[in-house]
Structures are given as structure tokens and as C-alpha cells.
Write a protein that binds this ligand. Structure first.
Ligand code: UD2
Ligand code: MN
Length: 501
């Protein structure tokens, strides 16, 4: 029933402990716990009552579920597959296509082939070289014969009733692209906790100007439109990327993915932008729940270097962002990565008569923060020591960023701050906040000043009127502190007093 498995490592034998550690290292989740749980485990049905009573009829288009993987754990991969088989009405599930993106682990070779051979509707394709997740998905898509393509990561669990609401929405209009509510399966215990089901707690997709996806709460105007209904599709500016349904016809019309995208990243925003800009609609479907194991780190960091990710993002910016690409470029001012030829993607956009990015921002994501009106931007350098303030990215913790000091790298990224016209100090949608009273941390920007108001004054101090204190580099320790304002150089900061171009 999705309950957590706690492993007390002190009770494990030496052999068990080494197995446990191997799993952690290899997958960045607790594979040892996953292996103790049935690959057919049941899950509670967390859908809102309004959802359970909906009837989608029997006349729905059929789905091809595409699951790509690179070196995935056995129990985790098979739980993904069986959750789909066990919880999809058979008449709506045409096929499951597994694409092995050139894995090296033994269990994914012959043993997986033999296992799959015994399953109905499931096929396994091997990418001949390491293709990266985008091209692996394209390989899978080309094998599909169903009207609808549903993509899932290889560490997911479909829950009761997940599929019909997605298919139904495509039946209503083939240009609807749908994402389920993503339940966060705990990477340590494999608990499937109750996902959000109210408009106050459900997250939809936003993005940062570095073209990283972020979850945001449902904007006020969308809540008004939904008028508190808990079962209606929620318009979403972007999708996280791993779990979604799209009609095969629409995916083809949109030029699938940019097949030049390598390894990881960028494809989620490309598809989100073009869905909206080229005549479609992207929605989060609150009646469809699918779990996903979110990890703190990627086990694939060795190939997930900055390089392909930046290159992918730059291609997205060049093709889709129009004049707004300057905001993206400002987050990586010195990057020289060659992005290759994009003429085909530009031609695609032209042929589809897609709308401008300005239209997208005004109509789909008017809440996005526009750095253009900022008072200052760039690095925040200490006058006392050769250090810059750095927002280290963390995943799925209370705050997406942790403030620390780092030597100034002049690469933008996590040292690229914006002081907004509202006197917030921002890294995309996250703001400095004095919630901790003595230390400064980062919380979602709320626009309400108080703890998030910082005046960058003529004397180079950064002053928080709410507490009457100044931001100080501590003599020891690694947190940025608030202290009574004095003349110390540890309270002087150098920031470029100009907005980004
Ligand atoms: C998120 C998405 C992911 C993708 C990515 C951006 C969710 C829940 N996940 O990151 O689907 O959109 O953002 O690109 O929305 N894989 C390969 N070959 C590779 C690398 C990855 O097959 O070279 C597979 C991997 O086994 C997994 C999937 O691609 O099934 C996504 O990778 P991830 O789980 O590391 O990405 P995630 O969830 O952090
Ligand atoms: Mn994933």
C-alpha cells in the first residue's frame, strides 16, 4: 500500500550492507528497499472524490506507453512496467515499448529480454549507442502504432485510473498535451505519500530564465477560472518532461523533439513552448496520478556534464525565445558552446505559423519574473574576501537553493543574482529571505517585501528594512548572516548596478 520501508543498516550483515551500499551508489536511491517490495504492490487511491465518479466511456483512443532507461534497477523498472499493465484498462493499452539506452548492467541484458518475452504487449528495443533520453524516446515513439504516445521515466508507478482521463482529453481535442499529477516516491523508503489534490497544493510547471523547469503553485487567475473544481484540467505553462501523454499525430506535427538534443535536459521546455505557441494546450490532469522517484543527485552525473545540457538549452533559446533569449544568455554570459545547425528547427516554427514568445509570456505565463526592470544584476562579490554569494541548487527540499560562499567564477549560473525593481534578491523564482532571523536563506519569491526586501545602498551595504539589519559575511562559518549595520568591509558588497540587457 505504498508504505515506507525503513532499513536499519546496523542490523544488516556485511554482505547485505555491501549490497545496500552498491544500490545507493549505482542508482542514487535505496534499491535495497525497493527490492524488498513487490513489483506488483498496491497503492492507495488518493484521487479526489470528484474524480472517482467520472465516466470516460469506452470509446477512447489507445495508448502506447514508452519507457526509456539507462542502467535502471530491476525492481524499479519492472514495477513501472507492471503498474502500467495492472492499472490500465486493457482495451485502452495497445502496447508498452521499452527502450534500453545502451545500458551496461547485466540484469538488463538477457534476463530482461527473457522476462519481457513472457509479457503480453511489451517489447524491448536496444539503442545501438548511448542516445540520451531524447533520442531514446524518439526510437520508442517510432515503434508505436497507437493513436496516443504516453512517456514515462523508468522509475514510475501508475496508480488506479491514471490513463482514461489523459486519453479522454486527447479524444476531445488532439492538440491537448497532458501531464498527470506526479507523486513523489521517496528515494530512501519508496513510500508513496499522498500527492497534492487541492488547488492550493497542486503544482504546475514554470521555468527559470536559465531554462530549468520549476514547479510553481497554480496561478491565481487559473484558480479563478477553475472555480475550485478539483477534477478539471489545469492549464500549465510547462511540463517537467518525464511523464506526459500526447497524440501521436500532434507530436509528429510539432516535429517531435529536436533530435540534436543530447543526453538530458531542454526537451521538456521545447515541447512545452511549442505546444502552446503552435496551437496546442498543455494541461495538468488532477484526476491522473503517477508516482516518480525524485532523486537528490543524478546517478548519471558523469555524462550529465554541463555541456550537453547547456547546448540543448541554447538551442531551445535560439529557436523559441525570440528577443527574450537575452535573459537566458545573461544567465550564462561567457558560454561559448557551439549549438550546431538550427535552421531545420527554425523552418519548422515558421511552417507551423507558431505565435511569438511574447504572446506565450503574456497569455500563458504572465506571472513569470521579467528581469528587464531589475535594479542590479550579476555576481554579488564581497569587499572583505575574494568570495561571491552562490545559490547551490538542491532538489526537493524546502528550499530549492542553499546560500553559500564560493570563489567568484564569472560564469553566471548560481552566482547570477538579480535585484528586482521590488528590491528582492533573486535567483529566478527564489528570493533571499530573513525567515531564519539571523541567517539568510532562500524561499519562493512572494512579492510582499518584508523579509524579502533588501536595499542595495549607495554605501554598498545590503539593508533589510524589516529587521533593520545588514547582510554580513561572517568571520567564520558558511551562512550569510544579518547583523547590526556597521562600517565593516564584511558588510560591503559589489554588484553591477544595471539590469540585464
Ligand atoms: C526530468 C524528467 C525527465 C526529463 C528531464 C529533462 C520528470 C519526472 N523527469 O528529470 O524525464 O524530462 O527532466 O531532460 O519529469 N535516460 C536515458 N538515457 C540517458 C539519460 C537518461 O535513457 O542518457 C533515462 C533515465 O533512465 C530515465 C529518463 O531518461 O528513465 C529520465 O532521466 P532522469 O530520471 O535522470 O531525469 P529526471 O527525472 O531527473
Ligand atoms: Mn526521472
Amino acid at each position: 500500500m505504498g508504505r515506507p520501508v525503513y532499513i536499519n543498516t546496523s542490523t544488516l550483515s556485511k554482505e547485505q550492507l555491501s549490497q545496500y551500499k552498491y544500490g545507493q551508489r549505482k542508482y542514487e536511491f535505496n534499491c535495497y528497499a525497493s527490492d524488498m517490495i513487490s513489483i506488483h504492490r498496491t497503492l492507495p487511491d488518493f484521487r479526489a472524490p470528484e474524480c472517482k465518479s467520472l465516466d470516460y466511456g469506452d470509446e477512447l483512443p489507445r495508448a502506447c506507453v514508452i519507457v526509456i532507461f539507462h542502467n535502471e534497477a530491476w525492481s524499479v523498472l519492472l514495477r513501472t512496467v507492471h503498474s502500467v499493465i495492472d492499472r490500465s484498462p486493457p482495451q485502452h493499452l495497445k502496447e508498452i515499448v521499452l527502450v534500453d539506452d545502451f545500458s551496461s548492467l547485466e540484469h538488463l541484458k538477457q534476463p530482461l529480454q527473457e522476462y519481457v518475452d513472457k509479457l503480453d504487449k511489451v517489447s524491448l528495443i536496444r539503442a545501438p549507442v548511448r542516445s540520451g533520453l531524447i533520442r531514446a524516446r524518439l526510437i520508442g515513439f517510432d515503434k508505436c502504432t497507437a493513436e496516443v504516445a504516453v512517456f514515462l521515466d523508468s522509475h514510475c508507478e501508475a496508480t488506479e485510473g491514471w490513463l482514461p482521463p489523459l486519453l479522454h482529453r486527447i479524444k476531445e481535442n488532439y492538440t491537448n498535451v497532458l501531464v498527470p499529477i506526479i507523486g513523489a516516491i521517496n528515494y530512501e523508503t519508496f513510500e508513496y505519500p499522498a500527492p497534492a489534490t487541492t488547488l492550493d497544493t497542486i503544482s504546475v510547471g514554470g521555468f527559470h530564465w536559465n531554462l530549468i523547469f520549476s514547479f510553481i503553485s497554480i496561478p491565481q487567475r487559473e484558480r479563478m477560472r477553475l472555480n475550485n473544481a478539483r477534477h478539471l484540467p489545469i492549464r500549465s505553462a510547462t511540463m517537467a518532461g518525464g511523464l506526459f501523454a500526447i497524440s501521436s499525430k500532434f507530436f509528429l506535427e510539432l516535429g517531435k523533439y529536436d533530435s540534436e538534443f543530447d543526453i538530458w535536459g531542454g526537451e521538456n521546455l521545447e515541447l512545452s513552448f511549442k505546444t502552446w505557441m503552435c496551437g496546442g494546450t498543455l494541461e495538468t490532469i488532477p484526476c491522473s496520478h503517477v508516482g516518480h522517484v525524485f532523486r537528490v543527485r543524478s546517478p548519471m552525473t558523469r555524462v550529465k556534464t554541463a555541456h550537453p545540457v547547456i547546448r540543448n538549452m541554447k538551442r531551445v533559446a535560439e529557436v523559441w525565445l525570440d528577443e527574450f533569449k537575452e535573459y537566458f544568455n545573461a544567465t550564462n554570459p561567457h558560454d561559448k558552446t557551439d549549438i550546431g545547425d538550427i535552421s531545420e528547427r527554425l523552418a519548422l516554427r515558421k511552417n507551423l505559423h507558431c505565435k511569438s514568445f511574447k504572446w506565450y509570456l503574456q497569455n500563458v505565463y504572465p506571472e513569470v519574473f521579467l528581469p528587464g526592470k531589475a535594479k542590479a544584476s550579476g555576481e554579488i562579490r564581497s569587499s572583505a574576501r575574494p568570495l561571491c554569494i552562490d545559490g547551490e541548487r538542491r532538489y526537493f527540499t524546502d528550499s530549492e537553493y542553499k546560500l553559500k560562499f564560493h570563489s567568484c567564477h564569472n560564469q553566471g549560473g548560481n552566482q547570477y543574482w538579480i535585484i528586482s525593481d521590488n528590491d528582492e534578491i533573486r535567483l529566478s523564482e527564489w528570493c533571499w529571505d530573513t525567515y531564519g532571523r539571523l541567517a539568510i536563506s532562500m524561499y519562493r519569491c512572494h512579492g510582499g517585501k518584508h523579509r524579502q526586501e533588501f536595499l542595495y545602498r549607495e554605501d554598498d551595504s545590503i539593508y533589510n528594512p524589516d529587521s533593520g539589519k545588514c547582510v554580513e559575511l561572517p568571520e567564520t562559518g558558511s551562512v550569510l548572516i544579518l547583523a547590526d549595520c556597521t562600517d565593516t568591509s564584511r558588510q560591503k558588497w559589489i554588484i553591477n548596478r544595471k539590469p540585464p540587457k
